[in-house]
Design a protein around this ligand. Structure first.
Ligand code: FAD
Ligand code: DHB
Length: 390
């Protein structure tokens, strides 16, 4: 088989790029290791910045998102028994975020690829990029005993943190800059009325907690847990007990608890791969960078990579102009690093670090004091949370 752009990974990055390129007459094939049901079973991001939403509309997949997504004009930070509001709209001159689950967004993208006749191959095993440092790269993959080959002009690695794309680049051609945190987030999805119509990020001496939601009847809650914990260590009752302890009384008493319909642990990590290109292989999304989820940047940063790469590929095919492809890594990384900085800062602000000295703990408290005593500091938080311009 031959295509113009071979995409590894059928998560949000790969599907969005495929859909955007299709609308500009550029052919793609998406190779996804797992089944569609598996990909749609993963509960992840919930907060979309407005530029991401605009890109979804440009890809003609924004209809359900606009109908069912909830516009959020602010969120709360809880600490020391109180909660204080960050008024995103007022602090950013009118900007807001959209609460719409990654699962729903991925489903919309799959539906669109089906509708437009896009090629997404599920269950593609042993996907491998070849000859990526030549002008004739190709991909191989296996379905059962059969090995298939796809020739292409470019390969885009959208295969997430554990994918094969990054690993196909020789070690001496890339640099990994990384920070691993000694805790994870235990997340629970429950079919209960959310405790608050706006998100609550809570800093507490027992650890961080987050009250989020997917719809007026679907809650998403998280608590910081040691990275060594497993899901089996936490019954639903234990989870909600611990969540209650970390929230101000007025929030804890208002919470409706229920049975979990999904429970998972995500380790926290910061990682950047530099550069985001090797020959004719381009990396995008979680394949190139990971953030701790605290600032809700992961999916949103993936979207900015896709924005730059989409325009670069359109310029290449429609105008033979390769400046966008040449500058892709540099442009994408400039924004990636701002997302890294913000996610790291939010994580440091709100989590308990087991090895922190009393001095560092006091600095953390002072950071919160400063935030809520300075309009300028709050405006900086808000500007980053709604998303810096692409
Ligand atoms: P992925 O979603 O990881 O998709 C990669 C795809 O590639 C997968 O489908 C995988 O099966 C496939 N694949 C892997 N290896 C191969 C291979 N060898 N061959 C073929 N296919 C392969 N981000 C936000 O912006 N806002 C949030 O509120 C937010 N909250 C989060 C909460 C949690 C608990 C977690 C864990 C993450 C959160 N994120 C958030 C981050 C966000 O989910 C990720 O950044 C996003 O999924 C990245 O999309 P992607 O398509 O680049 O990668
Ligand atoms: C959600 C996840 C986040 O990382 C975040 O910062 C906000 C919300 C969520 O899953 O709802």
């Amino acid at each position: 088989m031959r295509t113009q752009v071979g995409i590894i990974g059928g998560g949000p990055s790969g599907l969005l790029l495929s859909q955007l390129l299709h609308l500009r007459g550029i052919e793609t094939v998406v190779l996804e290791k797992h089944s569609r049901e598996y990909v749609l079973g993963r509960i992840r991001a919930g907060v979309l910045e407005h530029s991401f939403a605009a890109l979804m509309r440009e890809a003609q997949v924004g209809e359900r998102m606009d109908r069912e997504g909830q516009i959020h004009e602010g969120f709360f930070i809880a600490h020391d028994g109180i909660k204080e509001r960050v008024d995103l709209r007022a602090l950013t001159g009118g900007k807001t975020v959209l609460v719409y689950g990654q699962t729903e967004l991925t489903r919309d993208l799959y539906d669109a690829r089906d509708r437009f006749g896009g090629v997404v191959i599920h269950g593609a095993e042993d996907v491998r990029p070849h000859a990526i440092d030549t002008s004739r790269p190709y991909l191989t993959y296996r379905v059962g005993a059969d090995v298939e080959r796809i020739d292409c002009d470019y390969v885009v690695g959208c295969d997430g943190f554990h994918g094969v794309s990054r690993q196909s680049i020789p070690n001496d051609k890339i640099r990994l800059l990384e920070r691993v945190y000694p805790f994870g987030w235990l997340g629970v999805l429950s079919r209960t009325k959310p405790v608050s119509p706006e998100l609550i990020y809570a800093a507490h001496e027992r650890g961080f907690a987050l009250c989020s939601l997917r719809s007026p009847s679907l809650s998403r809650y998280y608590i910081q847990v040691p990275v060594t914990d497993s899901v089996d260590d936490w019954s639903d009752e234990q989870f909600f007990d611990e969540l209650h302890r970390r929230l101000p009384d007025e929030v804890a008493t208002a919470m409706i608890t229920g049975t979990s319909i999904e429970k998972s642990i995500a380790p926290l990590r910061s990682l950047v791969v530099e550069p985001m290109r090797f020959g004719n292989l381009f990396l995008a999304g979680d394949a190139a960078h990971i953030v701790p989820p605290t600032g809700a940047r992961g999916l949103n940063t993936a979207a900015s990579d896709i924005y730059y790469l989409y325009h670069a590929l359109v310029d290449h095919y429609s105008k033979r102009d390769d400046r966008g492809l040449e500058s892709y890594s540099e442009r994408a990384l400039a924004r990636v690093w701002k997302g890294q900085r913000f996610s790291w800062w939010m994580t440091m602000l709100l989590h308990q670090f087991p090895d922190n000295s009393p001095y560092e703990n006091r600095l953390q408290k002072t950071e919160l004091d400063y935030l809520f005593s300075s309009e300028k500091a709050l405006a900086s938080l808000a500007e980053n949370y709604v998303g810096l311009p692409f």
